[in-house]
Design a binder for this molecule. Structure first.
Ligand SMILES: C[S@@+](CC[C@H](N)C(=O)[O-])C[C@H]1O[C@@H](n2cnc3c(N)ncnc32)[C@H](O)[C@@H]1O
Ligand SMILES: [Zn+2]
Length: 272
């Protein structure tokens, strides 16, 4: 199912090593992931999340705050009954982990090595359900064969349109999650003063006409955050780089902070 990042031919798994017909080989690490991120694809502008934001996301998500989103994603995916799923920019695997099911092959792909190490350690036992293959690699050149995927997913992550079209079967689906207009409004108000609404519909425009929107869902999750969860939420988002330090520090001092997370989920079909 995976392809070689150097020559794009199919990788064959023998024991704990993936090898292509041109004898490029990639070992599965002791934690169970494979690194397909080659130096030719490395670019400092695409380094992915920092170890600090990965760990902040891990702590925050394990608190169950975004469970309503995860449940909705699981329900949508189960209705589609896919056999193969590629989760692009999977992070530490919170959503990827519920994509797995009996007989389903799931690939979790992220450019941030720390994210994939965390995912493979956290969900080590997931293999018994169906198998998640954790891959360090770039979304710019997806390490999968043409037309192999029933579904590509991207939750708050890059959307490499041409590559997703190549990877998907005819009639395949793309499921994305993105912040809704008022996402974390109260938090952004404290961090920035003036809040610019998110524009989730821009993705519908960007992905058209090659992808046709066939369904959408809105999820609101009212949150009451203690100091640690609030700090983690700030540090797992790009807001942490954009906000002024004094505003960020003041917000992190608060506890019992009320804020609503709002998401849009869009389901697209590859246009024939
Ligand atoms: C906002 S995080 C979302 C992570 C996860 N989907 C979640 O919702 O918990 C975005 C992720 O995309 C990854 N990423 C950024 N650029 C990438 C690229 N070019 N290829 C693969 N992953 C990338 C980052 O490392 C990060 O883990
Ligand atoms: Zn090769």
């Amino acid at each position: 199912m995976l392809t070689c990042p150097i020559c794009q031919t199919v990788l064959d798994l023998q024991g704990k090593t993936y090898t292509c017909q041109n004898r490029h080989s990639y070992d599965i690490s002791k934690d169970g992931y494979v690194n397909l991120h080659i130096v030719q694809h490395k670019n400092s502008h695409h380094a992915g999340d920092t170890p600090e934001s990965v760990q902040a996301r891990r702590r925050f998500l394990s608190g169950g705050h975004y469970q309503p989103l995860r449940d909705e994603i699981a329900s949508i995916i189960n209705k589609l009954s896919p056999k193969t799923i590629l989760d692009i920019g999977c992070g530490e695997g919170y959503y990827t982990s519920i994509l797995a099911d009996d007989g389903r092959q799931v690939i979790g792909l992220d450019i941030a090595k720390t994210a994939i190490i965390t995912a493979s350690k956290t969900y080590k036992n997931q293999d018994i359900h169906g198998g998640i293959t954790w891959v360090v690699g770039t979304g710019v050149v997806l390490p999968v064969a043409d037309g192999d995927m029933d579904i590509c997913t991207s939750f708050f992550s890059p959307l490499p349109k041409a590559e997703m079209l190549r990877a998907l079967k005819t009639g395949g689906h793309l499921l994305i999650a993105t912040p809704a207009q008022q996402h974390l409004y109260a938090m952004r108000e404290q961090l920035f003063g003036v809040v610019k609404p998110h524009d989730p519909t821009k993705f519908i425009t960007q992905l058209s006409p090659e992808f046709t929107l066939i369904d959408e869902w809105c999820i609101d999750a009212p949150l009451m955050l203690d100091g640690q969860s609030l700090a983690d939420l700030i540090d797992m988002t790009p807001y942490t780089y954009k906000a002024k330090l004094d505003r960020k520090t003041a917000l992190k001092m608060q506890s019992d902070f009320k804020v609503t997370a709002s998401f849009c989920i869009y389901l697209f079909k590859k246009t024939n």
